[in-house]
Design a protein. Structure first.
Length: 141
């Protein structure tokens, strides 16, 4: 086997989600967890897991919309005055500025992919109307 020396100035450009500073890290929440899989200008992709019987706060975002695709389990989605159940391989769209809530009414973990689109995607763009875990507006999901 022949080994080749790699020049020290040689660089491989990886997507932000694969670099050391942008490596996917799971953040725990009272309702479950989320992992940022990838983010770029104007979008962020998360894997969200919601424990059975738990739900996220009734909330709104000023600067982003969200699209949820169910990977496993079942989701109860409230968006504005509409309520629906979505199952594996189904999706729901939450427009920017609409009050919404995600809940797992099932007995197995709900796993979904969330695609956020907008001009600002910070975790502090959240207004909470109701929260089962007594968190304030300024805390992230």
């Amino acid at each position: 086997m022949v080994q080749q020396a790699v020049p020290q100035d040689a660089a491989i450009t990886l997507p932000r989600s694969l670099t050391a500073e942008g490596a996917a890290a799971t953040e725990l929440r009272p309702w479950g967890s989320f992992t940022v899989l990838e983010e770029g200008r104007g979008y962020k992709i998360k894997r969200i897991e919601v424990k059975p019987g738990h739900r996220l706060s009734l909330q709104m975002h000023y600067h982003r919309s969200e699209h949820w695709i169910v990977v496993s389990g079942m989701a109860k989605v409230i968006c504005g005055d509409k309520e629906l159940l979505i199952h594996q391989n189904e999706s729901s769209y939450v427009p920017q500025g609409h009050a919404h809530r995600l809940e797992n009414p099932g007995v197995i973990p709900l796993v979904l992919i969330e695609v956020q689109n907008g001009e600002y995607l910070g975790e502090d763009d959240i207004i909470r109307y109701e929260d089962d875990y007594a968190r304030s507006e300024s805390t992230s999901e």
